[in-house]
Design a protein around this ligand. Sequence first.
Ligand SMILES: Nc1ncnc2c1ncn2[C@@H]1O[C@H](COP(=O)(O)OP(=O)(O)OP(=O)(O)O)[C@@H](O)[C@H]1O
Ligand SMILES: [Mg+2]
Length: 228
Amino acid sequence: MIEMQDVMKKYGNGTTAIRNITVKIDQGEFVYVVGPSGAGKSTFIKLMYREEKATKGQLNVAGFDLMNIKNRDIPLLRREIGVVFQDYKLLPKKTIYENVAYAMQVIGRKPRDIKKRVMEVLDLVGLKHKVRVFPTELSGGEQQRVAIARAIVNTPKVLIADEPTGNLDPENSWEIMKLLDKINTQGTTVVMATHNAQIVNTIRHRVIAVENGRIIRDQVEGEYGYDV
Ligand SMILES: Nc1ncnc2c1ncn2[C@@H]1O[C@H](COP(=O)(O)OP(=O)(O)OP(=O)(O)O)[C@@H](O)[C@H]1O
Ligand SMILES: [Mg+2]
């Protein structure tokens, strides 16, 4: 699903954020990416959905060769990848329904299909009753659930989340985790960067620890105990 070989990322200002990372993530896996601030977690996942281009190496995601992908094919790659951020990034002038529907409209889906699918994902995240409200009328946890609904509405193969619980209290964080787990159980690969040691140590999955642009540990699910 995601395969990196000797991947390196150097930003325009000379900062090397990723140094020779080789890693493979299979379809259906749930992977945490952990590490201190500035370690390269966000850069690592930005490379996966081509928000940033790797400087060197080989990188394949959902069947696309990201080192040789044509610009016109990038939207096709992005259809296979849902992305969720710490700060939700909902469109403030659109209702909850419109925020989620928009992701289907931009890829030209039929209005009838859109209605059915949007209601289905809003039901999954427990917000069917909030379709007509605006993002500012929702709590942080609810806004993040809308962001997740939007990220999965086009049934991506991979869901990438960069500190999705970063702005949430523990209770809302657990709700988000339950949801991500459910989505993963339904077959979607999940890659999640997080600082939350409690989550990583409670809801156990593979843990990739990044430090100074390198993978310093790759712990399979089931191995006991991890200090984040
Ligand atoms: N657009 C950019 N241009 C230049 N340098 C960048 C850019 N984005 C990140 N960096 C640098 O790359 C390194 C890795 O940053 P990155 O954002 O990937 O870290 P992170 O592990 O996600 O950190 P945090 O936990 O604080 O989110 C840091 O040294 C950072 O300053
Ligand atoms: Mg980050």
